[in-house]
Write a protein that binds this ligand. Structure first.
Ligand code: HEC
Ligand code: HEC
Ligand code: HEC
Ligand code: HEC
Length: 157
């Protein structure tokens, strides 16, 4: 065969060889088709174990109930039952054994994150009652008037 035919052929073969060599070193040993848990079944076997060992950052409201039964009872009987304790107190990973994570934030900002009236029309289906931060008792912490664990307007302090 002529040189000008062979040269691109060698080049193509070298490219394939290089691809296979790189692939050999980069693809983890346990990658393959291990049952059809995923589309086409391709996955790394060790990945299943890794996700099982992944510590969840949030405990969920039920996780708080056994130690903070009073807060839990009040909260779950109030309009705030639909939100998580950790929406206000932060991710409870490691709590109470580890000190960090849980916070008590009494700022207006904590509440206004959800309750600030938006300066444009919102969905009519929204159930979130909103206030205008500048006109709704500006400068006074919300908890002075509203119980965060029982914000029901009927039973205000
Ligand atoms: C296994 C029992 C246990 C569970 C479960 C638990 N806590 Fe606690 N929590 C404690 C103890 C004990 C304290 C008091 C120790 C301290 O002051 O740090 C505490 C304190 C707190 C405090 C006050 C912290 C402070 O700085 O005074 C908050 C807020 C709190 N927990 C929220 C939560 C939330 C939210 C959850 C659920 C996501 C939760 N806890 C789950 C035992 C628990
Ligand atoms: C809407 C925000 C919000 C939610 C939701 C919320 N908290 Fe609180 N929590 C607060 C604030 C603010 C304080 C501080 C109250 C104060 O000092 O007047 C507090 C204080 C606490 C305290 C320490 C003082 C006390 O009352 O014993 C604990 C414990 C606590 N919360 C647990 C919980 C648990 C458990 C849940 C879920 C069942 C929960 N909180 C849900 C905002 C919230
Ligand atoms: C993560 C979002 C979120 C945060 C943060 C939050 N709220 Fe709420 N709040 C809600 C939702 C959702 C409702 C109830 C909607 C419904 O009626 O179903 C609600 C309801 C209320 C109501 C109306 C109760 C009624 O009877 O109509 C008040 C008052 C209130 N919250 C005060 C507070 C205060 C004070 C804080 C801060 C300590 C706070 N909220 C933080 C989501 C939030
Ligand atoms: C000085 C007391 C006081 C303070 C401080 C206060 N509120 Fe209120 N809030 C009230 C009263 C009283 C009502 C019921 C009458 C009304 O709608 O004005 C109310 C109503 C609400 C409602 C229900 C509105 C509706 O349309 O149903 C929400 C939500 C609310 N407040 C959130 C907050 C938040 C968030 C803060 C802090 C940023 C806060 N409030 C601070 C006294 C207070």
């Amino acid at each position: 065969m002529k040189n000008h035919v062979l040269r691109p052929l060698w080049l193509a073969l070298a490219a394939v060889a290089l691809f296979l060599a790189v692939r050999y070193f980069l693809v983890p040993a346990d990658f393959g088709v291990h049952g059809r848990n995923f589309t086409y079944g391709f996955h790394r076997l060790g990945n299943i174990q890794e996700w099982r060992a992944f510590p969840p950052r949030y405990q969920g409201n039920k996780g708080c109930a056994k130690c903070h039964s009073e807060n839990y009872r009040h909260n779950m009987a109030s309009p705030h039952a639909v939100i998580q304790c950790e929406n206000c107190h932060g991710a409870a990973l490691g709590h109470p054994d580890l000190a960090e994570g849980i916070t008590i934030d009494t700022s207006r900002d904590l509440c206004l994150r959800c309750h600030a009236a938006l300066p444009y029309p919102t969905s009519e289906r929204s159930v979130l009652p909103a206030v205008d931060p500048e006109n709704h008792n500006a400068g006074v912490e919300c908890r002075e008037c509203h119980d965060p664990h029982n914000p029901d307007l009927e039973g205000m302090k």
